[in-house]
Design a protein around this ligand. Structure first.
Ligand SMILES: [Zn+2]
Length: 458
């Protein structure tokens, strides 16, 4: 396996050296944060003497920052740089509430290019690659960040954005495109559209690397996507958010890709994993918790102990990857958001667990939904139905098998409803897999959920 680095000295620096860089970065961030009235107030309220914070361990004294606080600061958000030095504002996708604006200085944008080029190089992308870029543009930071990364790495890129599927499936073939960046959902949609148009992705495309991100993805879903691509195709995963300054907080290397983990770029981001209920730090490997991030180099909108709501865990060999990036610890791919966990008949259900089971089953179409009956008291869900596309002739065996696998994985039975090909919605960006009964009735008016073929008994 060839290992390549974009910034060899920083990527292979020893953990102790990275820690020194982090402590410099932390002091810089806290000094910068003091320019923001919100942070000044919060630090004073918590009785934190910021000047006394010297090491990473001192971070524990500083209060968390969450989405509700960020929303209160809108429309300008956290602004630590002078307006004259801010060259761009991006906004969060606003899947929950109004979008929040995040500011960038020129240096912040340069850092996106640097981290992006590191990610691409670690994934095996080279200057002679041709890339089809389908992350979204507009206010969202995904598309423009990938453009910067490709430019920095010297890759020929088409900023296609999402949509234009009929053009994409032909251009991927005609141009011999070798790299694609998109949400996993959009990747699966392209495969489906290609087949419908008589194009066989495995034979007619030349794709060798996929850069997937922007939504959670199980390893089973990743394997399913790769199985339809040309032989030797390698899926990679990238993680980041607008609040944290872009999509390159973490990315896979050739080893972590197979492990379902990625490296966090630790000279730019200081991470913690906490119990979302108690706020206590988790240090053991493989224990799921919420990712908390402090930015170390951001100038426009620095984030201090930002609660991402994304769930992850430390990899068992977090500081010991064969790729040599030992100072940049590995965490598991994001398995969901703490807000997404459903409580169904007293049991916790994560939509990503359902995705894992559905994706691993042969004969199921690209669309699937989890339809929940919301508890009027607000405790998430009282009932959840899995709706999947299965061909008529397979239903008799596939439906009970799927129900059985879901029960084994979740510990409770969920009713399963089978529908025909293309009866469920398709998504071009982030999929919305969990819908309420009303939302589902609006997008799939012909589907009768009373047709559940699995009796509901726990
Ligand atoms: Zn690695």
């Amino acid at each position: 396996m060839t290992i390549s680095y974009w910034s060899p000295a920083l990527e292979t620096a020893a953990p102790e050296e990275i820690r020194r860089l982090q402590e410099d970065g932390l002091r810089h961030t806290l000094r910068t944060a003091l320019r923001v009235p919100h942070y000044r107030g919060r630090f004073a309220e918590a009785g934190v003497d910021v000047a006394a914070v010297r090491t990473v361990d001192d971070l524990q004294a500083i209060p968390f920052m969450d989405k509700a606080q960020l929303r209160e600061l809108q429309p300008w958000g956290v602004q630590a740089a002078a307006r004259a030095d801010i060259v761009r504002l991006n906004a969060t996708t606003g899947t929950t509430g109004l979008p929040c604006n995040i500011a960038f200085t020129r240096q912040d944008l340069d850092n996106i290019g640097e981290l992006g080029a590191r990610n691409l190089t670690a994934m095996g992308v080279r200057r002679d690659d041709i890339a089809w870029q389908c992350y979204g543009y507009g206010l969202w930071i995904g598309g423009s960040s990938l453009d910067r990364a490709y430019e920095q790495a010297g890759v020929t890129a088409f900023p296609a954005g999402p949509g234009r599927t009929s053009l994409a499936i032909q251009r991927l073939r005609d141009l011999g495109v070798t790299v694609i960046s998109c949400t996993p959902t959009f990747g699966l949609l392209l495969i489906e559209r290609a087949r419908e148009a008589g194009i066989d992705p495995a034979a007619d495309w030349r794709l060798r690397i996929g850069i997937f991100g922007g939504e959670t993805m199980s390893r089973a879903a990743m394997a399913r996507l790769s199985g339809s691509m040309p032989p030797g195709f390698r899926p990679h995963n990238t993680y980041g958010t607008t609040e944290l300054g872009g999509p390159f907080v973490a990315g896979t290397c050739e080893y972590s890709r197979e492990q379902g983990t990625f490296h966090v770029w630790s000279d730019h981001y200081l991470i913690e994993i906490i119990d979302p209920e108690s706020g206590k730090t988790i240090t053991e490997p493989d224990v799921l918790g919420e990712l908390v991030v402090t930015t170390l180099r951001r100038e426009g909108s620095p984030m201090v102990r930002w609660r991402t709501r994304d769930l992850t865990s430390w990899a068992p060999d977090a500081f010991d990857c064969p790729c040599g990036r030992r100072g940049h610890p590995k965490i598991s791919w994001i398995s969901g958001r703490s807000d997404d966990v459903l409580k169904v008949r007293g049991s916790l259900v994560m939509p990503s667990q359902v995705e894992d089971v559905v994706s691993a089953m042969a004969g199921i179409g690209a669309g699937w939904q989890l339809v929940v009956d919301k508890d009027p008291d607000g405790l998430r869900a009282t009932e959840a139905t899995v709706v999947v596309e299965i061909a008529d002739d397979l239903r008799e065996t596939a439906v009970p098998e799927l129900a059985g696998r879901l029960r084994d994985r979740l510990g409770i039975r969920l009713p399963v409803v089978a529908v025909g090909h293309r009866e469920l919605p398709r998504y071009e960006g982030k999929a919305r897999r969990v819908l309420t009964l009303e939302e589902f009735a609006a997008v799939a008016p012909l589907v009768d959920l009373g047709a559940a073929t699995t009796p509901v008994t726990t």
